[in-house]
Ligand binder design. Sequence first.
Ligand SMILES: NC(=O)c1ccc[n+]([C@@H]2O[C@H](COP(=O)([O-])OP(=O)(O)OC[C@H]3O[C@@H](n4cnc5c(N)ncnc54)[C@H](O)[C@@H]3O)[C@@H](O)[C@H]2O)c1
Length: 384
Amino acid sequence: MISLSVIGLGNRAGKYLSCLGGKARVECLVEPDAFRLNRAAELYGVPQSHCFRSAYDFFASGIKVDGVIIAVPDQIHYPIAIEAVKRSFHVLVEKPAVTTQADYESLLEASAQAGAPVGVCLVMRYHPYYNRIKELAGTLGQIREISHTEHIGPDRMGHTFVRGGWSRKENTGPIFLSKCSHDVDFILSLCGPGAKATKVQSEGSIELFKRSQAPAESTDRCIHCPVKDCRYNAVNLYRERKEWIAGFDVPPGKTLDQIIEEVLTESQFGLCVYRCQNDVYDTQKVNVELENGIRLSLSLEGTSAKEGRETIIRGTKGVLKADGGIITCGAIREDYSQLESAPLHAGADKALVEDFLRSIETGTPMKASLQDAAEAHRICFLAE
Ligand SMILES: NC(=O)c1ccc[n+]([C@@H]2O[C@H](COP(=O)([O-])OP(=O)(O)OC[C@H]3O[C@@H](n4cnc5c(N)ncnc54)[C@H](O)[C@@H]3O)[C@@H](O)[C@H]2O)c1
């Protein structure tokens, strides 16, 4: 049976661990947070001797595994991935694979030298809705132009990119890279094999989530704020709607409601979105010209009420529109909107893990290999 080490036991790792089926066993776990580490150790029956608070302690232990899943914050993908490939472990790293072009090239080289394949968690490659768009795009003749907007949505924007762990570049990287690298990868996959950018032009800014946009009577923390109809009110999001709370750990002796009150009164998740330390853009437009003449217009939109992806593909024989899970293409109209909220990215997380295990078993690269994802990452680095 395939043995794995899982590094970083947060949201994404939990999803991948739930997809292992009987095909792999968890040999080692790595996580600095003791509560999360112990919780996963119990769940997957991993002895304390194989549980580590730091990835370097795991590497130093000399324990051999077949594969390593890296699901830590973006900025530390590279140092951990490089150690893993040096030991010839197969690697599955979350997207974005790394946060600079130099690190990308270095990881590619190290992976080739060690013969250790690296896969990237580009779940859109395994998603039935995006695969259907790709299939139908094949009927459009020669593709000339694609316009694609990722609407982040108010709750995700406030929680993740204004208040949370992806709000400051120094901790995460540029937002276009962290949020849209898999969008760019998907769009490139529609443009023919080896599609390469010859020109990248980008404009980004913080339009909404800054002090100058704060309502006059608003306060630093939502819990004290008189502006009750604010769309970004944390009390409404966490206490009333109970959304985006999956990452709030509830240790023994406490209740979820107590934790939510602590979050609202003490943590960054209770702060006014107009008064956070965020420095990643909330709006960005990136225009790309490809070697084969296709023009791409890619937008990241974090300020509107809308959530989801909107894609228009114009070809010499037709036009495809995909918005909110609905695809129209000539006489075809198909509704995949139920898949938007289906668990595990509508099965794509499971397909990704299965591809990783297959890659380990057969020694062949994943469908989402580091090599294949290089151009999408390069475009994101250039946009920044
Ligand atoms: N593929 C996707 O669709 C998708 C979706 C969301 C996030 N992501 C990416 O997945 C990665 C993880 O995101 P998440 O949402 O699971 O975050 P998370 O915060 O829920 O989990 C990250 C975990 O890593 C742990 N960690 C921090 N430093 C560590 C270290 N040095 N060694 C080991 N563990 C460490 C944290 O304590 C935390 O438990 C990020 O790179 C993120 O950009 C990908």
